[in-house]
Design a protein around this ligand. Structure first.
Ligand SMILES: Cc1cc2nc3c(=O)[nH]c(=O)nc-3n(C[C@H](O)[C@H](O)[C@H](O)COP(=O)(O)O)c2cc1C
Length: 180
């Protein structure tokens, strides 16, 4: 996997708009197969518990864990986008503080979309896995990330084996609810 393509994608992510230009995102790249395997093992412990809580049977749980692990190990590398809130503005009232946090998350999504578009333009394929959102402390600890970083997603990157099946999109008249 050419390093320059990943760097270009991270740079593209960095061009996303953000509240007060604070750029509330950082990225950890997990390339070595040993680290990816260790991360999959660590997350499996948490996910197994959560799926059991949902009442899923043991066979389904193990199948889902195996597929998730395969996605992590079959890719060339993983990008872990982390939300970074420490440099946001501080407000005395919880409403504005929450709006500030939401703006950061909105811009974080825009950054990830830039990342995905850049990867695609480079001829690579990527997915969006939400697993770290459900066990951010565990992922931070496993990857040795700094305290303020909140792992929010996992982007496996590689070369697509085949064209994916895409869900149909809503039509324009469903998307535009008013134009007056
Ligand atoms: C915030 C977010 C979280 C997602 N989490 C997952 C995930 O955990 N596993 C997964 O397979 N896809 C995940 N996806 C990807 C979508 O399920 C879907 O694959 C993506 O929208 C592309 O497919 P589409 O073109 O059919 O919409 C996530 C997407 C987003 C935006």
């Amino acid at each position: 996997m050419p390093r320059a393509l990943i760097e270009r994608a991270i740079e593209a992510a960095g061009w996303a708009p953000s509240p007060h230009g604070r750029q509330p995102w950082r990225f950890s790249i997990v390339e070595s197969i040993e680290r990816r395997s260790a991360l999959a093992d660590a997350m499996a412990v948490s996910w197994r518990e959560q799926l059991a809580l949902d009442g899923q049977d043991a066979e389904t749980i193990e199948l889902r864990l195996r597929k998730s692990r395969e996605r992590m190990l079959d890719a060339s590398l993983l990008i872990i986008p982390c939300l970074y809130l420490d440099e946001l503005d501080r407000y005395p009232d919880p409403e504005r503080q929450e709006a500030e946090r939401l703006m950061a998350i909105q811009s974080f999504g825009a950054a990830i979309q830039n990342l995905l578009l850049s990867l695609q333009a480079s001829g690579l394929d990527a997915g969006w896995m939400c697993a770290p959102l459900f066990c951010p402390d565990l992922v931070r600890e496993e990857l040795g990330l700094a305290e303020g970083l909140i792992p929010h997603a996992m982007i496996p990157v590689g070369y697509a084996a085949k064209e994916p099946v895409r869900r149909p999109r809503r039509t324009l008249d469903q998307l535009i609810v008013d134009w007056s």
